[in-house]
Design a protein around this ligand. Structure first.
Ligand code: GLN
Length: 264
């Protein structure tokens, strides 16, 4: 078996170690004998490359890089990405990239950046004087059906542990939140929503990078990609995640949340 992972704008959008998400997916496939091809989706990339990826990863970016990306992600490229996600290609989008999947992002300085409008949400930076949302972020995944699928996989409620650093605040409209904030700011520091979930795409402010800290999401994405590609139910070989689990336990303890199940 083989999957192609499309990596959106690797040099422009990979803050706070977000490239770790790509490495995590790649390794977890390779350890199971699944071949991986990383397909950078960047300015020089032809549309056909967008069409052939089985899974899409987008990282964070600063406002200036987001603008460059959005100038490029127009027309046929935007349509190709929209179509893939609408059809259920799994994807994981962190921080700056989800802002671009919404209707718009209003940076602290400069003009509103128009997004793809795929996620029914808007993001606004309240201005350079406003405090950034920085710190550890913990949330429970509640979106349907991912929450119950992960719970079946783990035998407990899926809890995401990450780190956030964003100036923009995201307000959801008609789109499901990915989860509910237990600690941290989440989408906007007001309504306790964390991220968004659309078809098989996960949007979140959680860096970490997200996937090594929350390896079960990586496996969920890989299984979805393989199921779609090979049109058959996939049972992934279990891996030894003892190190990640002890890291998660230590983090929850440090945050005074040790009563939470740790997603074994
Ligand atoms: N530029 C965005 C913000 O500050 C995203 C930052 C990021 O990706 N970490 O809101």
């Amino acid at each position: 078996m083989k999957i192609a992972i499309g990596w959106l704008y690797p040099t422009l959008m990979s803050t706070y170690g977000d490239r770790g998400n790509v490495i995590c997916l790649q390794r977890r496939c390779q350890w199971r004998g699944i071949e991986v091809e990383i397909v950078p989706l960047k300015r020089e990339t032809e549309i056909a490359e967008f069409d052939r990826v089985d899974l899409i990863v987008g990282g964070g970016a600063q406002d200036r890089q987001q603008e460059i990306v959005m100038r490029d992600l127009q027309g046929a490229k935007a349509a190709a990405l929209q179509q893939k996600l609408a059809q259920g290609t799994p994807g994981v989008f962190t921080c700056g990239s989800p802002q671009l999947l919404g209707h718009y992002y209003e940076p602290a300085l400069g003009k509103r950046i128009k997004g793809l409008g795929l996620l029914d949400m808007v993001s606004q930076h309240p201005g350079i004087e406003a405090q950034r949302c920085i710190g550890n972020l913990v949330f429970e995944i509640t979106a349907t059906p991912i929450a119950s699928e992960l719970e079946a996989m783990l035998g407990e409620k899926p809890v995401v542990i990450g780190f956030e650093n964003h100036g923009g605040r995201t307000y959801l409209q008609d789109v499901q939140p990915l989860g509910r904030v237990i600690k941290g700011y989440g989408n906007n520091g007001e309504d306790r929503t964390a991220g968004a979930f659309y078809q098989n795409a996960i949007a979140t402010y959680a860096h970490g990078p997200l996937l090594p800290k929350n390896y079960f999401i990586a496996d969920w994405l890989i299984a979805k990609a393989l199921q779609r590609k090979y049109e058959t139910k996939i049972a992934l070989t279990p891996l030894d995640d003892a190190l990640a689990i002890s890291g998660r336990k230590a983090m929850l303890q440090r945050l005074g949340l040790s009563k939470l199940a740790v997603a074994k």
